[in-house]
Design a protein around this ligand. Sequence first.
Ligand code: SAH
Length: 409
Amino acid sequence: MTEPQPSRLLRLRVAPAAERAVRAGHPWVYGDSIREQNREGQTGELGVIYDARDRFLAIGLFDADSPLRLRVLHAGKPVRLDLDWWRTRLQSAIERRRAWFDAETTGFRWIHGENDGWPGLVLDRYGDTLVLKLYTAAWLPLLTELTALIRDELAPQRLVFRVSRNAEVVARSTGLVDGHNLIGDSSDERVVFLENGLRFEAEVVRGQKTGFFLDQRENRQRLETFAAGADVLNVFSFSGGFSLYAARGGARSVTDLDISAHALAQARRNVALNQTHPRIAAARHEQVQADAFEWLAEAPPRQFDVVVLDPPSLAKREVERAEAIRAYERLAAHGLRWLRPGGLLLAASCSAHVSDGEFFQAVRGATRRSGRPFEEQMTTGHPSDHAATFAEAKYLKAIYLRFSRNSTR
Ligand code: SAH
């Protein structure tokens, strides 16, 4: 991709702590740790960090409008970010994943942002459709070349452009509208793909994230192995992912609970897409449209063998952390009243501002206070295609707790 003339190159020097962090592989440089800059930078240009002794330290994408001022693309020896360099970087993200998925799974993440060396950029696959989502406007100047590279390497029938709200206005000013195609001419809002042999819809044009919660695939798969004969309550069910795996695993009944009629309708369509599977066809499917916090707080009129709690992020900002931890405690405390003796609680969190330790403690604490004996089965983190390579990238965690059979309270 086009490189700047050396004389025009944006040069930065950063505070010692930031220098150490970059050297250690951290991908973010905040504006307030920049000590020197040879000129004003523009969003989307490359910036080079030089160390205290004037040696090349790293090169990254400059974002004038974000406190996260430089996203590191490469640190170490000086490199030329030419087309070959970009191609190699794309190929390495692709190659890593080829071994992880077979033809039964056509929905997964090709590029997971900084963790794959593509800071602020996500590329998800749903069958023949790819969705590219940008979390910073700094990628916009590179988009044409990037689209060509993706076409070369992955040959998608369709590439949908998605952009986070903070970068949407800038994107629009360059003619790029959220949900528009970069490749292909299909205008279908929904795309069907496979996850471990199950068929799901992704809402690629308007849906949250890139249209589906790909990151819960491994937890859904685990749930399938626990579901034989069970009555399953899937709280914050969205498009019914956990429910379908449970049904295939032999659940007697699955109940989706979500506040959104839209999500519940999508879950019904996903059930319909999988009717050819005898166990899915045999399971009883129920739905409840309600606020989960209120509904779970009621006295349970019936109980379940499995309760899944997978709420949306409850702490979008650091100041919301303490309140989010209390909300996780409340959810677990209420959720486990809906469990029969011997039942399984699967509680998940996707709040980056709540650490896995804090979350597990919250759920364990609520469970202990219930007075019912339980056994912790496992805790889980990120799936391989969403690997987190630095602390701030960690958001997903889940804990599995099994209640003792002879507890009667
Ligand atoms: N478990 C899902 C992902 C959950 S996303 C999966 O595997 O795909 C979070 C879901 O919570 C969304 O569908 C959203 O509509 C729902 N939601 C948000 N607030 C809610 C509330 N107060 N009560 C019930 N559902 C809620």
